[in-house]
Design a protein around this ligand. Structure first.
Ligand code: ASP
Length: 328
């Protein structure tokens, strides 16, 4: 693979008259003499470490689907993370139920929702995709499938998380109100990647809304909401209040907007605009999208300030603040 210097901003934005220049990764020429701009993009600052893992696959000519699975496993295994994997916060009854999905360049996909006691839901989702005729398994069925596939059981919540939950429980009893989502109690990792063969894939994994109602599932494991990939166009994923993202089929909407010719950032902004239009009350309603297109252009956008995303390209690693519609 030859590495070549390329200007940082693609032409797409200029052609469409976009206000923002289109951000693009640097390109390489692959063994088929194609110019590809490989990139890994993921939500929030935990994405930096996850991207590094994913990049090892990408830079060695591996497939994006493997990169996005192995990348987010880093976050799932990080017990200091309170919104993804083993260290995730529980539902209101103290059960840590995890959601995840994965999608590849052939539009194959797999998902698990409300799975408990299994440390790598993203890999269970991958197994659903690879080993079953189904797209999604939930609850006990997902857990039994995972055990059949050789995943080991883990005990959650971990003790620190259990302590927090007990404290929350005490306070909630006093306030007798439902949990609220805010920018401190949620932080899904969604990752999208373009490999050196020019193929796109994505993954998304979360413990969801902290102290949610038992059985609640958000956008993250829902193909089209938390994640969507169309190898002809681009890939997108979401974070934030899942209920709002599901209402507009968020990630699918972003990809369809790119199909209509919008840059990744414009497409994310338009999806955010739609969320804003559809909700009378935006109190605490943070949602963010990130997207990449087939040409390695990328972008993100959120309802409120405070959303950032990690970018990894041949040029290096970076954490970027997403543009947003309004201040908290
Ligand atoms: N989207 C996730 C959910 O609603 C939460 C998050 O992104 O933090 O479950």
């Amino acid at each position: 693979m030859k590495r070549r210097k390329f200007f940082k901003y693609g032409l797409g934005g200029l052609i469409l008259g976009a206000l923002e220049p289109v951000k693009a990764a640097e390109f390489i020429t692959n063994s088929h003499d194609q110019e590809i701009r490989p990139i890994v993009l993921s939500t929030w600052n935990h994405g930096l470490a996850a991207n590094e893992e994913a990049w090892k696959i990408i830079v060695n000519g591996g497939e994006a689907i493997d990169a996005v699975e192995l990348g987010v496993r880093i976050t799932e295994a990080d017990i200091s993370n309170r919104s993804v994997g083993i260290g995730g916060r529980p539902d209101s009854t103290g059960h840590v139920t995890l959601d995840a999905c994965i999608m590849d360049h052939r539009s194959r996909c797999g998902a698990v929702a409300c799975i408990e006691g299994i440390d790598h839901p993203i890999s269970v989702a991958r197994k659903v995709m690879d080993e079953t005729p189904h797209v999604m398994l939930v609850g006990d069925g997902a857990r039994e499938f995972a055990m059949d596939m050789g995943f080991s059981k883990i005990k959650t919540p971990i003790s620190e998380v259990k302590k927090d939950w007990k404290q929350w429980k005490k306070e909630e009893k006093e306030k007798s109100k439902r949990p609220e989502i805010n920018h401190e109690n949620h932080d899904t990792i969604g990752m999208i990647a373009l490999d050196t063969n020019g193929n796109l894939s994505g993954s998304c994994t979360t413990s969801g809304w902290a102290y949610k109602m038992p059985g609640r599932v958000g956008d993250s494991p829902i193909i089209g909401a938390g994640l969507f990939v169309d190898n002809d166009i681009g890939a997108a994923c979401a974070t934030g209040l899942g209920e709002a993202i599901v209402r507009i089929a968020g990630s699918h909407t972003v990809v369809e907007l790119m199909r209509q010719g919008h840059s990744p950032q414009e497409a994310c902004k338009k999806a955010v605009d739609r969320i804003i239009e559809k909700h009378d009350d935006l109190t605490g309603l943070q949602c963010g999208f990130i997207a990449i297109d087939k040409n390695g252009n990328y972008g993100g956008y959120s309802v409120y300030n405070g959303f950032n995303f990690a970018v990894k390209t041949i040029e290096g690693a970076n954490l970027e603040d997403a543009p947003f519609d309004r201040n908290w």
